[in-house]
Design a binder for this molecule. Sequence first.
Ligand code: THU
Length: 136
Amino acid sequence: MSTTDWPALRDAARAMLERAYAPYSGVHVGAAALVDDGRIVTGCNVENASYGLSLCAECGVAQQLAATGGGRLVALSVVGTDGAYLAPCGRCRQILFEFGGPGLEVDTGDGIVTLDALLPGAFGPADLPDDARREP
Ligand code: THU
């Protein structure tokens, strides 16, 4: 288990709730993740009048991770409007897998689980042919 400051990570996720743009569902979502270099990256959901184009809070985490220098996600907290754990959707589990892998720790509010429990048998970078990967 990591030495994550889970209360601080939860607070960072909750702080994002007021930034959420969710005029259609009214469901505010905040996410915060610890990166392997110690920084915390955050995100909130951003909805769209074309509902299906809405962005989940975890997409914001992936975006901020890349935009602030990359790295690996170590631990994650996602909360809904009430500040309690909100289960990452299937698409976001896959997005998180890319940057945290099976060992990414997720706070369920009822204990810490690793991403492989939320996305068993995941398809990931290792399933692509070796020559499919281009270094930036
Ligand atoms: N939502 C997230 O931000 N993350 C998830 O993992 C599940 C759903 C958002 C999308 C939409 O803005 C709202 O929650 C209701 O579905």
